[in-house]
Design a protein around this ligand. Structure first.
Ligand code: C2E
Ligand code: MG
Ligand code: MG
Length: 255
C-alpha cells in the first residue's frame, strides 16, 4: 500500500449531492484503489488496513489536497463555482495535533476556498475526546470549513454531545434509508433524525437514496438534500463533470 501511494494507484471518485429540484450542491469524494492486478477496490476493503498501519494519515492528506486542487479548478466556472466537496476524515487523521495547521497550509497552497470544503466526521471519532474535538472543530470553522456528521445514528450517539459540536449538517445513514418505505421503525428513526436537525438548526442530507419512493418520503418529511444511486454512483472526475452538463445548473449560495 505504501507502494500504491508512491505509484499513484489511489484515485478520488465523486458522488453527486443534489437538492429536491435536482440541482447539484456538490459531491462526496470517495477513495478508490486502482490495483494493477485486482482492478478497482472499494474503500471498505482497504481503509481498515490503512488505519492500522497509520498510512491513512498520508493518504488522507492526499485526499484533502486532491479535493482542494479540484475546488480550485472549479473556481470561477459557472457550472462548478458553488460546488462543495465533502471529504471523509479518519479518526487517526483528525486526532493529530497538526491537523488544523495542515488544513490551513493546504488552503493557502492550493488557493481553494474553505467554504467549499465539508469535512465528514463520525460519531465515534468525536466521542473519544469530545473537548479536543470541539476545540479543533472551532478552529477549523474559524477558517470557514464546514462539518457534516456521517453515519449518524449507527454508533453510540450522544445527543448531549451533538448539541455541543459545531456541526453544520447531519447525514442520515444509508442503513436507515434503505427500508424507509417498508419498515415503520426505519421510517420513524429517519423522522426523528430530521426532527433533531430542525431543533438544532442543522442541515440534513440523506445518503443511499436509490428510489423515487425514498426521495418522496424524505421530501415529505423535511429532508431536501440527497445522495445516492438514484442521482449517480461515485464516478471518476471526467464522468462527474460530464454529468454536471446534463443537470439543471446549481444555484448560487446553496450548500
Ligand atoms: P461513507 O462515507 O458513508 O460513504 C458512503 C458509501 O455509500 C460509499 O461507499 C458510497 O459509494 C455508498 N453509496 C452511495 N450511494 C449509495 C446508494 O444509493 N446505495 C448504496 N447501497 N450505497 C451507496 P464507498 O465509496 O465504498 O465508501 C465506503 C466508506 O469508506 C465510506 O463510507 C467512508 O467511511 C470510507 N471512505 C471513503 N473514502 C474515504 C476517504 O477518503 N477517507 C476516509 N477516511 N474514509 C473514506
Ligand atoms: Mg462519508
Ligand atoms: Mg455515510
Amino acid at each position: 500500500m505504501r507502494l500504491a501511494l508512491t505509484q499513484q494507484q489511489f484515485q478520488l471518485h465523486y458522488q453527486i449531492q443534489v437538492d429536491d429540484e435536482g440541482h447539484p450542491l456538490g459531491a462526496e469524494a470517495l477513495l478508490r484503489w486502482q490495483h494493477p492486478q485486482r482492478g478497482l477496490i472499494a474503500p471498505d476493503e482497504f481503509i481498515p488496513v490503512l488505519e492500522e498501519t497509520e498510512l491513512i494519515i498520508p493518504i488522507g492528506l492526499w485526499v484533502l489536497r486532491t479535493a482542494c486542487l479540484q475546488l480550485k479548478h472549479w473556481q470561477g466556472h459557472a457550472l462548478t463555482d458553488d460546488l462543495v466537496i465533502a471529504v471523509n476524515i479518519s479518526a487517526k487523521q483528525f486526532r493529530k495535533a497538526e491537523f488544523v495547521m495542515q488544513m490551513q497550509l493546504l488552503l493557502r497552497e492550493t488557493g481553494a476556498r474553505a467554504q467549499r470544503i465539508k469535512l465528514e466526521l463520525t460519531e465515534s471519532m468525536v466521542l473519544e475526546d469530545v473537548d479536543e474535538a470541539i476545540a479543533k472543530m472551532h478552529e477549523l470553522k474559524a477558517l470557514g470549513i464546514r462539518f457534516s456528521m456521517d453515519d449518524f445514528g449507527t454508533g453510540y450517539s450522544s445527543l448531549q454531545y451533538l448539541k455541543l459540536l459545531p456541526l453544520d449538517q447531519i447525514k442520515i445513514d444509508k442503513s436507515f434509508v434503505r427500508d424507509i418505505t417498508t419498515d415503520p421503525n426505519d421510517a420513524a428513526i429517519v423522522q426523528a433524525i430530521i426532527a433533531i436537525t430542525k431543533a438544532l438548526e442543522l442541515d440534513v442530507i440523506a445518503e443511499g437514496v436509490e428510489t423515487q419512493a425514498q426521495e418522496d418520503f424524505l421530501n415529505q418529511h423535511g429532508c431536501h438534500h440527497f445522495q445516492g444511486y438514484l442521482f449517480g454512483k461515485a464516478m471518476p472526475l471526467n464522468e462527474f463533470e460530464d454529468k454536471l452538463l446534463h443537470l439543471p445548473p446549481n444555484l448560487p449560495q446553496k450548500i
